[in-house]
Design a binder for this molecule. Structure first.
Ligand code: SF4
Ligand code: MG
Length: 324
């Protein structure tokens, strides 16, 4: 399939009083048409910042690189051109549907908004389309729901409404940032099913951000693993689960889910993501890695591709480390 999005050496850095935070540092990967790419890693690894950089929703613009969308660099578009893409060609859904929905507008009004803005439908047509979309995301009695308010719906229904809003203009790319983390397990499975149906029906590309390898196994065509602002491994989902290479990825796969009060499934690897301020040019995983060698503390491992197209950034797979 054709490339839809190409991140090329993206750098999104924040200048803080403590120093420079390289939230996203030299990140490159591709999302193809009709493909689901899962971006995985613990929180604070740069997954959400990558998505927000694409949407251009950060106060700090990206400092380097390109984000090509159908060949056009999003980082170079004017605010006005970007506004035309957002919610139209590219949509995003977040973890907390309640905070993203407007409590004083009806569901119908909120679904209609992007339709009237981008597709220039009139009020009556937009309402009709809103009812279709509510039904598309599997909510019964759409003609009643269209006039209800967010607080009258369950969490799972609100997330379906967020998906309906995101889909209203038939986006080419749907970004979903931990879309099911706040939901219980049954509802989570239903929302993932819904997203899979949508992808099949409309050939939508999905960039799915998650820390949950179970979600990855179910949803991904292709997987990008991030750690401390870098891509440290990427491969097709089959290849990644067949033969994970990076010690961090292996750790994620081994880690046991912990159920906390909010029913999030958190995975635990010993140690912590390093302080993102003033990271050195070495392997950022070195102080958590059981295979750490001296080169790992001194030099950053490059991301290299093998014959299967599997990419990994780790000195274990480099001749250079063995020579030393
Ligand atoms: Fe471990 Fe070294 Fe590989 Fe980093 S480069 S993951 S420290 S073996
Ligand atoms: Mg996040």
């Amino acid at each position: 399939a054709k490339e839809l999005v190409e991140f090329r050496n993206l750098k999104t850095h924040f200048h803080t009083s403590a120093g420079i935070v390289k939230a996203v540092d030299d990140v490159s990967f591709t999302i193809r048409e009709g493909e689901t790419v899962c971006v995985v890693g613990e929180s604070g690894c740069g997954k959400s910042v990558t998505a927000m950089s694409l949407m251009r929703l950060l106060d700090t613009p990206s400092a380097g690189g390109e984000i090509l969308f159908e060949g056009r660099d999003l980082l170079k578009l004017s605010n006005n051109e970007m506004r035309k893409l957002r919610g139209n060609e590219i949509s995003i859904i977040f973890q907390e549907p309640m905070s993203s929905l407007n409590p004083v507008l009806t569901i119908g009004e909120q679904i209609s908004e992007p339709l009237m803005l981008h597709q220039l439908l009139d009020k009556k047509e937009a309402r009709k389309r809103a009812i279709e979309l509510i039904s598309l995301v599997g909510i019964p009695r759409p003609e009643v729901i269209v006039d209800s308010y967010p607080h009258e719906l369950s969490g799972g229904m609100r997330q379906r409404i967020m998906i309906a809003i995101a889909l209203s203009c038939n986006p080419k790319l749907l970004i979903a940032d931990e879309p099911t983390t706040a939901l219980d397990v049954t509802i989570q499975a239903q929302i993932l099913d819904l997203m899979r149906d949508i992808k099949e029906k409309f050939n939508t590309s999905i960039m799915l951000i998650t820390h949950d390898l179970g979600v990855v196994a179910e949803m991904a065509d292709y997987v990008v693993v991030m750690y401390a602002g870098k891509v440290i491994e990427e491969a097709s989902v089959y290849e990644l689960f067949r033969e994970p290479k990076h010690p961090y990825t292996k750790g994620l796969l081994r880690a046991k889910p912990i159920i906390n009060q909010r029913q999030e499934r958190l995975y635990s690897i010993p140690g912590q993501v390093p302080n993102p301020v003033d990271l050195e040019n070495n392997c950022h995983f070195h102080d958590r890695c059981e295979f750490c060698m001296s080169i790992c503390r001194e030099k950053e491992p490059p991301l290299r591709k093998n014959e299967q197209g599997h990419k990994v950034a780790c000195w274990l797979y480099e001749e250079e480390a063995k020579v030393r």
